[in-house]
Design a protein around this ligand. Structure first.
Ligand SMILES: [Zn+2]
Length: 211
């Protein structure tokens, strides 16, 4: 599809956010277990006095609808369970997503197991989607996030990463879980989580060019 490059910055696999999604093997947990994913293409509005998350759009290649990035968010409880892709509530098709390399590899290797059920799984997943998008809220969150809020979500993220990288990841790859790696991991992931949450907040509120 052709997008208006003057109006939008186009994010595809060459963008660091999306290429990180492809490369990082730890994200296999997010993708295969939680059903978190990223679109193949994202459009970011160049101009406008709006924060980043209101300038980002996910285009549907089937009907051309530009979905606000907020439609697929934790706030709307639609950030997860997107195993088959993002659901387009306009044309009922699936918006293609970028697969993580490791999970793609796992999916290919295990295809003989789940391949048989693919169609029926996708159908029952698709049947559940309209309900999830019935009450989507695209309004700007009124309240400003306080220091406490991002500390809290950073902490959750840190714990989540600790569990996935320190326990689940070694289990998948048959590596040993050592007390040492967990002891070192605790402060590391928590500090990392808080820091990345804070950068995210700054980034998400970043405004577009005014002219
Ligand atoms: Zn569509």
């Amino acid at each position: 599809m052709n997008y208006d490059k003057k109006k939008y910055i186009i994010w595809d696999w060459k963008n660091p956010v999306i290429s990180h999604w492809i490369i990082n093997p730890g994200l296999v947990v997010n993708e295969l277990l939680l059903g978190q994913t990223v679109p193949k293409v994202m459009l970011i509005e160049r101009k406008g006095n709006k924060p980043f998350y209101q300038r980002s759009f996910i285009p549907c290649p089937h009907c051309g609808e530009l979905h606000s990035g907020l439609k697929f968010s934790a706030r709307n409880k639609t950030a997860f369970k997107n195993w088959f892709g993002f659901y387009c509530d306009n044309c009922k098709e699936i918006i293609p997503v970028q697969r993580n390399l490791t999970s793609l590899l796992i999916l290919i290797l295990t295809f003989p197991i789940w391949g048989w059920f693919r169609k029926s799984m996708q159908k029952s997943w698709l049947d559940k989607q309209p309900e999830r998008y019935r009450n989507i809220n695209l309004e700007i969150p009124e309240k400003k996030n306080t220091t406490r809020d991002y500390l809290k979500s950073g902490l959750y993220f840190g714990i989540f990463m600790l569990v996935s990288m320190g326990i689940i990841y070694p289990l998948i790859y048959g590596k040993e879980i050592t007390l040492k790696s967990i002891v070192i991991g605790v402060p590391l992931w928590i500090i990392g989580g808080v820091a990345s949450e804070y950068t995210m907040k700054l980034w998400m509120n970043k405004k577009g060019k005014t002219q």
